[in-house]
Design a protein around this ligand. Structure first.
Ligand code: PEP
Length: 255
C-alpha cells in the first residue's frame, strides 16, 4: 500500500519569517488534521534557512508535517564552500531531500552521476531522496520519452541497492512553472514507464515505490492526476507557496 505523499517544493522562496507564518496558517487547516490521522503524508521542502525555522515552529506547534531539503552534498564535511551535509540536515529532522531537480540539472549542470552520489549521501543518513526525472519538450516531440526516463533513472539510481526507501518524481520540464500540468493520460504513461523501469531493476519492490507527478499542479487539476494508477502523490511548486492552495491540493488527495 503506497501512502499518498504531497510534497511542497518552495524552491528559492520564503524567508524564515514567511515560512513560520505559512506554517501557522497551514496548521489550522484540514490538511494538517488529515496528516495527523495518517490519511495522507505531507512534507515541505524549504530553503535551508526556512527549514530550520520550520523545524523549530513545528516542534512548538506539535505539527506532523514532514520536512525536506532541496539539495545535499555527498561529502561528510570539509572544504566544499556553499554545500550542505547530511548531518547538517539531520540535525533538524529532515526526512526528504529533492535530488536532481531539472532546475539544478539545467542551470547548474548537475549530472545524473552527481544526483546518484547525493541520493547515496541522503539514504546513508536515513533520509529519503525524492529523485526528479523528466523530459524536455523536444525529447517528448522526438518520441524519446521512455528512453530518456530510462537513461536518467538508470544513472541517477547507481547508488541504490534496491532496498533503501526512495521516491521518484516525474517532472516534465515543459510543465514546470506553467500552472498547466500534463494530462491524466500523459502523466499515467510516463509514471507507468517509470514503474516498469523500476520493476526491471528491482522486481516487485517497484510496487512499493512512490512515484509523484510534478509540474503545474494546482487545486483545480490535482484530482485528475491522482486518479492515475501509477501516480502516488505530487511535488508541488508554485501552488504550495500559498497555504490555502496547498491545503486544497492535499485535501483533494484525501477525498
Ligand atoms: C517543481 O518545479 O518541482 C514544481 C513542481 O513546480 P511547479 O509546481 O511550480 O510547476
Amino acid at each position: 500500500m503506497r501512502k499518498t505523499l504531497l510534497a511542497a517544493n518552495w524552491k528559492m522562496n520564503k524567508t524564515a519569517a514567511e515560512a513560520i507564518s505559512w506554517l501557522n496558517d497551514f496548521y489550522g487547516m484540514a490538511a494538517e488534521k488529515a496528516a495527523e490521522k495518517d490519511l495522507v503524508e505531507v512534507a515541505v521542502c524549504a530553503p535551508f534557512t526556512a527549514l530550520y525555522a520550520l523545524y523549530q515552529e513545528r516542534q512548538r506547534l506539535g505539527a506532523v508535517m514532514g520536512l525536506g531539503a532541496q539539495n545535499i552534498f555527498w561529502q561528510e564535511k570539509g572544504a566544499f564552500t556553499g554545500e550542505i551535509s547530511a548531518a547538517m540536515l539531520q540535525e533538524f529532522q529532515t526526512k526528504y531531500v529533492i535530488c536532481g531537480h531539472s532546475e539544478r540539472r539545467v542551470l547548474l549542470q548537475e549530472s545524473s552521476e552527481m544526483v546518484s552520489r547525493k541520493c547515496g549521501a541522503a539514504v546513508n543518513a536515513g533520509m529519503t531522496p525524492i529523485i526528479c526525472v523528466g523530459e524536455s519538450i523536444s525529447v517528448r516531440r522526438g518520441g524519446l520519452l521512455r528512453q530518456w526516463l530510462e537513461a536518467q533513472l538508470y544513472e541517477s539510481l547507481s547508488f541504490w541497492d534496491n532496498q533503501q526507501e526512495i521516491v521518484v518524481a516525474y517532472e516534465p520540464v515543459w510543465a514546470i512553472g506553467t500552472k498547466q500540468a500534463a494530462t491524466t493520460a500523459d502523466a499515467q504513461e510516463a509514471c507507468g514507464y517509470i514503474r516498469q523501469i523500476l520493476r526491471e531493476r528491482a522486481g516487485d519492490i517497484a510496487d512499493d515505490i512512490r512515484i509523484l507527478y510534478g509540474g503545474g499542479v494546482t487545486p483545480e487539476n490535482i484530482s485528475g492526476l491522482l486518479i492515475c494508477d501509477d501516480v502516488d502523490g505530487a511535488l508541488v511548486g508554485g501552488s504550495s507557496l500559498d497555504a490555502a492552495a496547498f491545503d486544497k491540493i492535499v485535501m483533494a488527495a484525501v477525498e
